[in-house]
Design a binder for this molecule. Structure first.
Ligand code: G3H
Ligand code: ZN
Length: 284
């Protein structure tokens, strides 16, 4: 059934666990994430990013409506989250499009501008009953930019600043930078667990890990144990899908029916989802 992101994250956080949130680009992604979560008997979040909306000719409704229909038919709770939003008009479509939550992305802005824009987004979101996540301390590697040097001091979230930011913006969850970066195709990120400990102690909202595709299994488990309650995963699914399709087409140069290779691409994503949920739900 269709669920609410806020409820899934709160439930997970109360058990010191995490809910997996997978970025979807196509209907095959949505179907695979749900099938993978069903196999793992676990709730899951489907997230559509502003970049994915851009790929869909700037329109959010076709994929969002398909995702809602898929969620309603699912055997496990599935919530819909609008991810990395900067466009105001897109933010304002969220509730009507079936999302129960949004991530307002001001992580690239200077602190004061990020706070002002995030507070305005949070005020509006709460009038709509939407749960809202924001970002402080930029997680790099967005929009096709090269991954930031995740070890540079500017790419870390300061716990004191984060405490003030959450209090003054009123957001429900915070994405933090602790050595993670987006769009990594190798799983080599080294997280700063001491910093995570300080952030967890300073903040009373759930923490969100972005760029989780680049984080190795043991580091993911440790991040969940350390207080990360929503784990965002995108690139890992695209790697699984693309590798499977590439291998299929190489072995079947005569293939023309899109269903043949989409089937193997989707199946590879199902396996990746089930495996990753297993990692997140196994204690470190
Ligand atoms: O918000 C989305 C995530 O942060 C995904 O990052 O593609 O590096 O796994 P990733
Ligand atoms: Zn992200």
């Amino acid at each position: 059934p269709l669920a609410q992101t806020g409820a899934l994250v709160t439930e997970a956080a109360a058990k010191r666990g995490a809910v997996a949130a997978f970025n979807i680009i196509t209907l095959e992604h949505a179907e695979a994430v749900i099938a993978g979560a069903e196999a793992a008997h676990s709730p899951v979040v489907l997230q559509i990013s502003e970049n994915a909306v851009k790929f869909r000719y700037g329109r959010v409704l076709p994929l969002a409506r398909a995702a809602v229909a898929a969620a309603e038919a699912a055997a496990v709770p599935v919530a819909l989250h609008l991810d990395h939003v900067k466009r105001d008009d897109l933010l304002r479509q969220a509730a009507d499009a079936g999302f129960s939550s949004v991530m307002y992305d001001g992580g690239h802005l200077p602190y004061d501008q990020n706070l002002a824009a995030t507070r305005a987004a949070a005020d509006w979101a709460h009038t709509q009953g939407l749960w809202i996540e924001a970002e402080l301390g930029e997680v790099g590697g967005k929009n096709g930019q090269p991954p930031l040097d995740a070890h540079a001091p500017g790419a870390r979230t300061d716990p004191e600043e984060a405490r003030a930011f959450v209090a003054e913006s009123g957001v429900d969850a915070l994405a933090v930078a602790i050595g993670n970066t987006h769009a990594m195709t190798t799983r080599t990120a080294a997280l700063d667990h001491a910093l995570l400990g300080r952030l967890d102690a300073a903040l009373h909202v759930p923490l969100v890990l972005h760029g989780s595709s680049g984080v190795p299994d043991d580091e993911l488990s440790a991040a969940v144990a350390g207080g990360m309650a929503k784990i965002n995963i995108g690139t890992a699914l695209n790697i699984a899908m693309t590798d499977a399709i590439r291998a299929y087409l190489a072995a079947h140069p005569e293939a023309v029916d899109a269903r043949s290779y989409l089937t193997v691409g989707r199946q590879a994503m199902v396996q990746a989802v089930t495996r990753l949920i297993g990692v997140l739900t196994t204690e470190a």
